[in-house]
Write a protein that binds this ligand. Structure first.
Ligand code: SAH
Length: 445
């Protein structure tokens, strides 16, 4: 079914919204006030999805994108839009989510823009598939596992793009098959590349469906020879039939098994499975904002919950009496403990635990916390975590979030006891609809 409609606004995922013939249609790559002929690709009860057949009226904010793939891969919904308009979308989205979901009427500060809109990501992961007898890489088309192939991704690190391209060509030279999800046969599932800006190190992770495969040593030698810029190669074995990319078993094939990166003047060891912010320059700005918000005096006990490699806690540690970092991912905890030693920080403790369980236990002791910083994954924190935090009554809380919707939901539970002082969006993910936020809460008297 086709229809003509005007874009009235954006969905939370940055898709243009058309309301026509009683339908609400989300259209990727359609911008405010543009009129287009669209085709409905999916018709649900509440919303439909559509794709642009022909643009009839163009936004003056429309620009020529770098990427040839367009919006097909589902990554950069805003690459054909002037950056100011993308920032406005993000600013509005944070404000609207806070009101609609959290009933929070506080004005959101002006978003901190990103200086580098291209090649800002330090991590790329691509699925591999057998297409016409060749192993091929790409990104999944939205809502599917069909591959959108690309020559170069313009938000990924340039060197990482090259490593992916060359690795796939070497896999093909060796005539290895990609893993076939339907048949459950073949070898290579994903490639993951992480790059370090400050140390010029590159990690290549080969995610395979089986452990041993013929000719592995010769293959590794070929990779090392043709990819001299790669400083470590790791095989990750994922035998699962789910969408989770990394398996639990790992083998270092070359180098140290990690890369190092500098953040906030400190050095961090990054392992394949540990979280590390993908936009280094913007993370520096985010952490500066966190420091500014907290204004630590040097005598505080700070809890860094959902701490990953302990980056926030360690960045705050020179200004605090004691920092406790809590994280449940084993690889991240290992990296955090080793990073702690490299940086020779004496007042930071790393704890491997579920953040909620840890805080609940703490709330049942006479322990005192002055500050909590929490930086949970997209799904936000738990009500039990918030309940324990309310019981512990730290004077200040900074909530760092990559999803305004779950942030708004969680903030709602703090407002009885805490005042929301500042909400600062930071653009960590240009060209996509994602937006990071840090929020300062202070204990009401
Ligand atoms: N603060 C870090 C990491 C934030 S990402 C940084 O700025 O880099 C969120 C982190 O929360 C991830 O490292 C993830 O492994 C961790 N995590 C997810 N669920 C958790 C839980 N229930 N308990 C503790 N940590 C958790």
């Amino acid at each position: 079914m086709r229809l003509v409609g005007k874009c009235l606004g954006y969905s939370s995922e940055g898709k243009g919204i058309i309301k026509e013939q009683g339908l609400i249609v989300f259209v990727k790559g359609l911008f405010l006030n543009e009129v287009a002929e669209i085709e409905i690709t999916y018709q649900g009860k509440d919303v439909c999805y559509g794709k642009i057949i022909k643009l009839l009226t163009l936004s003056p904010q429309r620009i020529v994108p770098h990427c040839k793939v367009g919006t097909a891969c589902g990554g950069c919904v805003f690459q054909a839009l002037a950056y100011e308009s993308e920032l406005k979308f993000k600013q509005d989205k944070v404000q609207e989510d806070l009101i609609r979901i959290g009933n929070i009427k506080k004005d959101v500060a002006a978003i901190v823009p990103c200086q580098n809109l291209l090649h800002y990501r330090n991590k790329i992961q691509v699925p591999l598939q057998n297409i016409k007898g060749k192993v091929t890489y790409g990104f999944y088309r939205e809502f599917s596992h069909s591959l959108v192939t690309f020559e170069e991704c313009f938000i990924e690190n340039k060197a990482a793009n090259e490593v992916i391209k060359k690795t796939v060509s070497i896999i093909n030279e060796f005539r290895y098959p990609a893993y076939d999800e339907d048949q459950k046969t073949g070898i290579f599932r994903h490639l993951l590349v992480r790059t370090s800006e400050n140390f010029k190190e590159i990690m290549l992770v080969l995610v395979t469906a089986i452990d041993e495969f013929p000719g592995r040593n010769t293959f590794i030698k070929a990779l090392m020879k043709q990819l001299p810029e790669v400083t470590t190669i790791i095989q990750n074995i994922n035998v699962r039939t789910t969408n989770v990319i990394l398996g639990t078993k790992e083998r270092i094939l070359f180098g140290s098994g990690f890369i190092k990166e500098k953040l906030s003047g400190l050095v961090f060891k990054i392992y394949p499975a540990s979280f590390f912010q993908i936009n280094l320059a913007q993370t520096e700005l985010l952490y500066m904002k966190i420091k500014e918000l907290l204004k630590l005096q040097g005598d505080e006990i700070v809890l860094d919950a959902y701490s990953g490699l302990g980056t926030i806690g360690m960045a705050l540690s020179p200004y605090a009496r004691q920092v406790i970092s809590v994280e449940n991912n084993e690889a991240a905890v290992q990296g955090a403990k080793e990073s702690l030693r490299i940086n020779n920080l004496k007042n930071v403790t790393i704890i491997q635990d579920d953040a909620t369980r840890y805080l609940e236990q703490l709330a049942n002791t006479p322990a005192k916390l002055d500050v909590i910083v929490l930086d949970p994954p997209r799904k936000g924190t738990t009500q039990a975590f918030i309940k324990a935090a309310l019981k512990l009554k730290p004077k200040r809380i900074v909530y760092v979030s990559c999803d305004p919707a779950t942030l708004a939901r969680d903030l709602k539970d703090f407002v009885a006891q805490y005042e929301i002082k500042q909400i600062i969006p930071v653009d960590l993910f240009p060209r996509t609809y994602h937006v990071e936020n840090c929020v300062l809460l202070t204990l009401k008297q």
